[in-house]
Every structure is written in structure tokens, then in C-alpha cells.
Design a protein around this ligand. Structure first.
Ligand SMILES: Cc1cc2nc3c(=O)[nH]c(=O)nc-3n(C[C@H](O)[C@H](O)[C@H](O)COP(=O)(O)OP(=O)(O)OC[C@H]3O[C@@H](n4cnc5c(N)ncnc54)[C@H](O)[C@@H]3O)c2cc1C
Length: 203
């Protein structure tokens, strides 16, 4: 774990629209790539960084590592209404420096006997699970990623990983909740990893 300064390589709005995220209102989702060799070389899927979000935010904000590429890390984040820290992050430009602390937290642990991994992501829960999928595929595990979003637009992540989608409005994949897909895949899975809103775990 280190306090480091990372440099913005890119910062892109993936989609943006007023909507509801659990009980909160959100203004869109962003993907930021940072040059950060100290974290990129050490981090494991499931870990996160604490990002200092400017002088007006006393507390750093936790964000999961979403992807790693050699010396670079990507963070996938939702901007919430009145959420001033993450909103600050969404406004960073290429070449800006950002202070962060990490990698922090425990990583996902794959059982030695597991081969078929079922990943279940709801909304922003894709942030850490995408990294797990990427890493597990490199290590030759068999991975199925179930991804539930409100609609097709919000399902826009890199196509490198094969997804089974569920959308609440039916614009892509299964029409309904991501948890509806579980019975179809549960028997196949040796281990299931889930990340999403609290309601998803109750379903
Ligand atoms: C380990 C961990 C990993 C995480 N990983 C991710 C990730 O990868 N991607 C991601 O998007 N999120 C992630 N989160 C959640 C993320 O950290 C929070 O969404 C973020 O900290 C919120 O910060 P903010 O600056 O947007 O909002 P804050 O400024 O902290 O405000 C939070 C909310 O409080 C309310 N609020 C604040 N001020 C006011 C006000 N004046 N009046 C009324 N309401 C107000 C609003 O609802 C606002 O949205 C993670 C959280 C944890 C714990």
C-alpha cells in the first residue's frame, strides 16, 4: 500500500443521464485511465484505491480497480447528484495529477478446486468484477459474467469479455433482473462472485 501520484491518461464519459442508482440519483458513468505503476504492479482483483478528490473534499473516496494494463489502472465510477468528490474526479483532464492510496483491501480468493467462475454484476458492481474476469481468463479459468443494467446504453463496457446481459427495459439480453439468470448458470459454476446494489443480494 502506497500514497502515490497518478497521471490522467484519459477520462471519458461512458454514458450520462439523470437516473436512479439504488436510492440515489446519478448523473452518469465515467472511465478514467491513470498511469500508476506502483499500484498497477501490485494490485489484485477486488482491491481498491482511496482517491483524494481536491481541496474541497477532506476525505478520500474509495474506488475499485476496474482494469489493469501494464503500468496503468482504470477506475469505473458513477457520479452521484451532490456527490462532490467523484464529480471532481470526472472533471480531471489528460495530464492532471491525482493523489491516491492503494492498493487496499482483500482480493477475491479463488478456491484451488474451482475452474468455472460465475461473476454476477449489478450496475456499478461491474467495477471490480471486470478486473476479476480479465485476470481469471488470463489464468485460463472458465468465466461467465452476468451483467445487469437498467438498459442497453448502460451495458457499454469493453467487448473483450463475453457477457450475458440482462436489462430492466429489455433493450439487450434478458428482459429483467440479472438475478433471473442465476438458475441457468448456478449448476455450472464452481464458485460465484457477486457485486452490486444490496437489493441484488436479497433477490
Ligand atoms: C471499497 C469501495 C469500493 C468502491 N468502488 C466504487 C467503484 O468502483 N465505482 C463507483 O462508482 N463507486 C464505488 N464505490 C462507491 C463510491 O466510493 C461512492 O459512491 C463515493 O465515495 C461517493 O462519493 P461522492 O464524492 O460522489 O459523494 P459524497 O460527496 O460522498 O456524497 C455522497 C452522497 O451523499 C449525499 N449528499 C452529499 N452532500 C449532500 C447534500 N449537501 N445534500 C444532500 N445530499 C447530499 C448525496 O446523495 C451524495 O450522492 C466504492 C465504495 C467502496 C466502499
Amino acid at each position: 500500500m502506497k500514497q502515490v501520484t497518478a497521471t490522467v491518461i484519459s477520462n471519458a464519459k461512458l454514458w450520462g443521464e439523470y437516473g436512479i442508482l439504488g436510492r440515489r440519483k446519478y448523473l452518469g458513468a465515467w472511465l478514467i485511465w491513470l498511469k500508476c505503476p506502483e499500484v498497477a504492479s501490485k494490485t489484485k482483483p477486488g482491491q481498491f484505491v482511496m482517491v483524494n478528490c481536491g481541496e474541497e473534499c477532506m476525505l478520500p473516496r474509495p474506488l475499485s480497480i476496474h482494469q489493469v494494463n501494464n503500468t496503468d489502472i482504470a477506475l469505473f465510477f458513477a457520479v452521484l447528484e451532490k456527490g462532490k468528490g467523484i464529480s471532481w474526479l470526472s472533471q480531471r483532464k489528460i495530464g492532471d495529477n491525482i493523489d491516491l492510496l492503494g492498493p487496499l483491501g482483500n482480493n477475491y480468493s479463488i478456491h484451488p478446486e474451482s475452474h468455472n467462475l460465475l461473476l454476477v454484476a449489478g450496475g456499478n458492481g461491474i467495477a471490480p468484477l471486470y478486473f476479476l474476469a480479465q485476470d481469471a481468463l488470463k489464468k485460463k479459468y472458465s468465466v461467465t459474467l452476468l451483467y445487469g443494467t437498467a438498459d442497453k446504453k448502460r451495458c457499454s463496457i469493453s467487448p473483450q469479455i463475453k457477457l450475458v446481459s440482462a436489462t430492466e427495459d429489455g433493450t439487450v439480453g434478458h428482459h429483467g433482473l440479472v438475478t433471473d439468470l442465476l438458475p441457468e448458470f448456478a449448476d455450472w459454476a464452481d464458485q460465484i462472485f457477486a457485486c452490486g446494489p444490496t437489493e441484488m443480494y436479497r433477490d
